[in-house]
Design a protein around this ligand. Sequence first.
Ligand code: PAF
Length: 279
Amino acid sequence: MEIINTVAGLNQALNSARKEGKSIGFVPTMGALHQGHMDLVSRASAECDVVVVSVFVNPTQFNNPSDLEKYPRTPEADSELLKKFGCDVAFFPSEREIYPENLVSPRVDLEGLDEVMEGTFRPGHFKGVVQVVSRLFQLVEPQKAFFGLKDFQQVAVIKKMVLQLNLPIQIIPCETSRTEKGLAMSSRNTRLTEIQKEEALIIYQTLMQAKTDSAVFSPQETKARAMVWFEQGSLELEYLSIVDPDTLKELTDQWVSGATMCIACFCGEVRLIDNMTLI
Ligand code: PAF
């Protein structure tokens, strides 16, 4: 595995693969890698000839400076993990490499996908995600890019971006990896105590309960029941929505295929999100 810090180095590493027509699979990350990321890397490695993983904590997608500051950074451990799981090129760029002075970021109309859920509570977040992912796509030129479905809204936004910019890149959404008890894997989990990890299971339990309820109740009834269920726990809810998977519009009376419940909440100071397809 090559570890690379510059755009020039990245081009050098990928040029021969490009010339030989090898397929490039890309997994963008912000580091603090865990099993969930490794599942993405393994999938990329099974489907593509060359696997590139970027590790870059993107400042433009954080609306809260203390969240950015506290974001875990573990580059050595990340490199070790990537070596083990079939990454060929690990790209650890500096901010200068990603955002040179003259860079013009593309404008993308997200058609409201960035105005609900995460967009309401993290203003500007998806503009930052689009900015960094479009830049990384431009540098890596992958045929396929792999994203975890834990960030359900992010996947919808990235798909819209690829469509709008007409990029020849296939977006591969990958199932959320969970602990045995159901907690969605996240870099932020390292900031939870063992007790908090137990308390956070209420998220998964609520989603599972909602899945059962969805067979019998309408979306708005399922949502109301889920709120009551969630409140049995000790986490602080930010939002709980049942949405259409394409438009992210909230469902009320009618179910649609792929209807998904999304939850964001605080466990102590740590913000967690999770979701589940109900129907
Ligand atoms: O999901 C993430 O870790 C980030 O939002 C991403 C896609 C790497 C962009 O910084």
